[in-house]
Design a protein around this ligand. Structure first.
Ligand SMILES: Cc1ncc(COP(=O)(O)O)c(C=O)c1O
Length: 382
């Protein structure tokens, strides 16, 4: 069979496999010691005080909204150029997702749009570091302080990215940051997610919410009586736990995260140098931002003789399986039919969507794959 290159995939080595086998031979498959170890190492890596491991990035967003006390009637502003989960989490807690247009240059949420969409009901903003490029967090924080709302970073694309003097996830500019460990992300646990925060009260709520709203910790008990088996359910939580099997894989993957990010950045640099003279718009890295390149986005422009769909097909015929990130959330049938959004609501994001293509970038790519993508794209656009 001829060579096939996806837009993203995991990198698993023998250390990862052995880490999982070790858990399988041990006493705890879930709720054992590996979750805490993964959380501690993750918090140390990003520079946050606390980290809470959960079963997916989507679960992480849901719990972040609950822990942030976002309720029915509230509004949550997020970027329409994201995965549906960035907005769905508001609906899970009965709030309304308010979808904002993007900045043409960065693809991230537009700061003017945030200000334009703020209302008396706004309770939070979820900036998405789209593709791995950090949002301008100091400006978002300034707006948040002015209007007194929470910031939950959707950092699912941005493990290893940096904004000014801050590692994404250290919550220097936010209340919480949320990560995903889906196989195409920087590190994987199969499915999995993490929430980081510097707030002890938020951390305590997250821990309880991830496991049915139950606590076995005496210092939180509301009642006096407690026998050995005693526990209290104090709020409505979920089973969003990560297993020890997954956590062991996560810890093993985390040891390689810098290597992974460096390889993504190296591939991105090779692409940018090779594509400089092609009729395509390429990713930018504004001063102060270090992109961790979850995605490498190319966009057709007025000089490109082929449209995005044609480009997708030509590359697919050569065994290169690109993707489109994303159909803007406000254009998805559910958001149009149930929430009243429509095509035309966010014109910059719609134009971006019509032109954008995610080409392969992942640490398991070898240089032959990279050269293959470079020559295939060069041939496809001319
Ligand atoms: C920006 C963004 N937010 C949230 C998620 C949800 O993460 P998960 O797939 O781990 O639930 C994703 C996953 O693709 C994502 O890309």
């Amino acid at each position: 069979m001829s060579r096939q290159i996806p837009y993203g995939r995991q990198y698993i080595d023998e250390d990862d496999i052995n880490a999982v086998i070790k858990v399988l031979r041990g006493n705890f498959l879930t709720t054992g010691p590996y979750v805490k170890e993964f959380e501690d190492r993750f918090a140390a890596y990003v520079g946050a005080s606390y980290a809470v491991a959960v079963s997916s990035g989507t679960a992480a967003l849901h719990l972040a909204c609950l822990a942030g006390d976002i309720r029915r009637g509230a509004e949550v502003i997020t970027s329409t150029m994201s995965f549906a989960a960035s907005a769905n989490c508001a609906l899970y807690v009965g709030a309304k997702p308010v979808l904002a247009d993007i900045d043409k240059k960065t693809g991230n949420i537009s700061l003017d749009e945030i200000e334009r969409r703020i209302s008396k009901k706004t309770r939070a903003i979820i900036p998405v570091h789209y593709s791995g490029l950090p949002c301008f967090m100091d400006e978002i924080q300034e707006i948040a302080r002015k209007y007194n709302y929470l910031i939950i970073e959707d950092a699912c694309h941005a493990l290893g990215a940096r904004y000014k003097d801050s590692q994404i996830g250290d919550c220097k500019y936010s209340d919480m940051a949320v990560f995903s460990f889906h196989p195409v992300k920087h590190i994987t646990t199969g499915e999995g997610g993490m929430i980081t925060t510097n707030s002890k009260p938020i951390y305590d709520r997250l821990v309880m919410l991830r496991s049915h709203g139950i606590t076995r910790d005496q210092k939180f008990f509301m009642e006096e009586i407690h026998d050995g088996w005693y526990y209290e359910m104090q709020m409505l939580g979920y089973n969003y736990r990560l297993t020890d099997i997954q956590a062991a894989l996560g810890t093993s993957q985390l040891k390689k995260v810098d290597q992974f990010v460096n390889k993504r950045r190296e591939i991105a640099q090779m692409y940018t140098e090779a594509f400089l003279d092609l009729p395509l718009d390429l990713p930018i890295e504004p001063a102060g931002c270090t992109n961790s390149y979850h995605l490498y986005l190319v966009k057709t422009n007025k000089d490109t003789r082929i449209n995005r769909a044609g480009l997708y097909d030509r590359l697919k015929n050569k065994g290169i399986y690109c993707q489109v990130h994303y159909m803007p959330i406000h254009t998805l049938p559910f958001y149009r039919n149930e929430l009243g959004y429509n095509w035309g609501d966010c014109p910059v994001a719609e134009d971006h969507y019509n032109r954008v293509l995610s080409i392969p970038v992942y640490p398991a790519m070898d240089y032959r794959d990279v050269e293959m993508v470079i020559s295939a794209l060069g041939e496809a656009v001319i």
